[in-house]
Design a protein around this ligand. Structure first.
Ligand SMILES: [Ca+2]
Ligand SMILES: [Ca+2]
Length: 112
């Protein structure tokens, strides 16, 4: 099923991103506002993603907002499996303006 495809994609992606992401993703005091970080939902070895962290660099910031926005506008579609999973913040299976605004709201909330 879907999960099986996910696993093979993770296996491929994990090679590239490896430990760097999970090392920076588990920093203290991270709060993810209204969404739950779904680390552990999809994991291979030491790799995981943070919900909303569309470029998988371990933090949720304006870069992720613009990445998701570019995807929604069709300028630069997100093709990486884990990035897509992270970008679909409400887990409804599609990446759309709602996901953009959710991440934007989160970024604004921590920026003050
Ligand atoms: Ca990011
Ligand atoms: Ca969504």
């Amino acid at each position: 099923m879907k999960a099986k495809r996910l696993v093979s994609a993770v296996l491929a992606t994990a090679m590239a991103f490896s430990c760097a992401v999970s090392a920076s993703a588990n920093g203290n005091g991270h709060k993810y506002g209204e969404y739950e970080p779904e680390v552990g939902e999809i994991m291979h070895g030491c790799y995981s993603y943070i919900n909303g962290d569309a470029n998988c660099d371990g933090t949720i910031n304006v870069t992720d907002v613009s990445k998701i926005a570019a995807h929604v506008k069709g300028i630069k579609p997100i093709t990486d499996f884990l990035e897509r999973a992270a970008a679909d913040t409400d887990k409804n299976g599609i990446i759309n303006a709602r996901d953009v605004s959710r991440v934007a709201a989160y970024v604004k909330g921590i920026k003050k």
